[in-house]
Structure formats: C-alpha cells, structure tokens
Design a protein around this ligand. Structure first.
Ligand code: NAD
Ligand code: ZN
Length: 250
C-alpha cells in the first residue's frame, strides 16, 4: 500500500483547475476505526463469537432482545470512552471554510463530539432511544444503562436505539438532503465506507452523474474505488488533516 502524498493531490487539483467550494462528505465506520470503534469489516469483527451484522436486525432485536441490548450497551460504553480522532476534527474545521454537507452512516455521534453541526445521520444514532409502540423518544447518554432492555416510560413496551437496522428504511429527510448535497457539490469525499450498503453508497454515484469529482479515503480498495477520480489509500485520521488544510486554502 502506498499513500498518495499531499503533493500528488495538490497537483491533481491543479491539473483539473479545481477549487472546490461546495463539498459533500459521506463517512462510514472506517473514520471511527482510529477512535477504537470496530468496523463491520475489520479484524475484531466478532462479538461473543457472533457476527454483529446479524445482530443489527429487527429479527434479532425481537427474538433475542436481552442479548442484542447487551451488545448495544457494550458498544455505547465503548464509544463513550472513546474520543473523536484527527479525521473527525479535520472535517469539523473544514466546514468553517467551505460549504460542506456531512452525511454519515455512523451511529456513534463522534462527528458531533468533534464539533460538526447539522450532521445528516443516515443510519440514526445510538444515543437516542425510542419506543415503536407509543412513539416515546429520548436522548440518553447513560453508560451502562441501569436495566436491559430499557423500559419505555410512556407505555409497557421497551425502548430500542433510534438506529436503522438492516432492511429498515433510512430517514427520508436526511437521505433527501444528502442526495441534494451530492447533486450540487464540486467534490464528494467518500471516507471509510465499504460502499456496499445502499442507498448511502449511491451518493457518490449521484455526485458523479452531476459532474462532481469523487475522492475516496480508505486504506483498502472498495467496490466504489473504480468510481473514484482520486483515491487516497491511507487511514482517515492520517489523510484528513492535510486534505482539509489543502481544501480550506483560498
Ligand atoms: P464497514 O464496516 O462496512 O466498512 C468500513 C470501511 O472502512 C472499509 O472499507 C475499510 O476498508 C475502511 N477503513 C478501515 N479502517 C479505516 C481507516 N482508518 N480510515 C479510513 N477507512 C478505513 O462500514 P460502513 O460502510 O459504514 O457500513 C457498515 C454499517 O455499519 C453502517 O451502516 C453503520 O451504520 C454501521 N456501523 C457503524 C459504526 C459506527 O458508528 N462507528 C461501526 C460499525 C458499523
Ligand atoms: Zn412506549
């Protein structure tokens, strides 16, 4: 693996006479990897010998409520102990210099903790809990939770995290805003996502179809790599500080 250097990126911008003003960003689990939050495709994939991807389903939540809630509770506790990394921080700083729309597939809230506003959460957030019976919802940052599964204060049901489980639809407003940003940007940064979870993975394609450049930041090749105009094969926390600095320059 060889990192594209910042010099190569500067040269590429110059070759294309590109000074991006409107920047769309799509982040996935990879941007939080260096904060110690495991991705679904990483090496520390298993949770108690089970594939977490199979536990992030409505079926698992219904059939194995206690077990699945133990996983969410552990994940929340792990995220609470983690900190945003230099990649999250660089994106928050870039928003002060450019028209930037940040859409994330992450449910960890680390972009917000790094100072990003108006984050479009395509897959929800682990720090919001909701009841599907009575529509009660709350912000809840307690770790670990006192009782699992947490009881709904509004009815005799239980709460679930306000996240998008596999096969559930995405929040319409966030998705529409992310699509609009993709259709109207000069450059889209695709950071730390495997590019296989639709419809989020469609955003770079929308941007491309509208004439934007696609820049991928991922240490490994992904199914989206062949759509990218420029690939930075480096960890996000290493590449984003210099990338954001270059993109912020007048
Ligand atoms: P993914 O786990 O499928 O893929 C992670 C991607 O990140 C891979 O392509 C990998 O090569 C890349 N990556 C690994 N380390 C990186 C680094 N240091 N810098 C940049 N890239 C790196 O993640 P996904 O595409 O986001 O999809 C999985 C789903 O799982 C998402 O929908 C998300 O909601 C959920 N999820 C969220 C979190 C989180 O909130 N932190 C963590 C795991 C899974
Ligand atoms: Zn309820």
């Amino acid at each position: 693996m060889r990192d594209h250097t910042r010099e190569e990126f500067v040269a590429w911008l110059a070759e294309n006479a590109l000074t991006p003003r409107r920047i769309a960003v799509l982040t996935g689990a990879g941007i939080s990897a260096e904060s110690g939050i495991p991705t679904f495709r990483g090496t520390d994939l298993l949770w108690r010998d089970m594939d977490p991807a199979e536990l992030f389903t409505v079926e698992a939540l219904q059939a194995q409520t206690q077990l699945v809630w133990e996983m969410y509770d552990e994940l929340r506790t792990r995220i609470a102990a983690a900190s945003p990394n230099a990649g999250h921080t660089a994106l928050a700083a870039l928003a002060h210099h450019r028209e930037l729309t940040l859409a994330t597939q992450n449910i960890d809230g680390l972009h917000q903790r790094a100072g990003s506003d108006a984050v479009l959460e395509l897959h929800g957030n682990l720090w919001r809990l909701r009841c599907d019976h009575c529509r009660y919802h709350e912000e809840n940052t307690q770790t670990p939770l006192q009782a699992l599964p947490p009881a709904c204060p509004g009815c005799d049901g239980i709460l679930r995290p306000d996240i998008v489980l596999f096969s559930e639809p995405l929040p319409v407003d966030a998705l529409l805003q992310a699509r609009e940003a993709a259709a109207n940007c000069d450059v889209i940064l695709v950071i730390g996502t495997s590019g296989v979870v639709y419809p989020a993975a469609g955003l770079p394609l929308i941007a491309r179809a509208h004439g934007a450049y696609v820049v991928e930041i991922n240490p490994f090749e992904t199914p989206l790599s062949h759509e990218a105009d420029f690939s930075i094969r480096a960890p996000a926390a290493r590449a984003l500080p210099w990338l954001a600095e270059i993109l912020s320059a007048e």
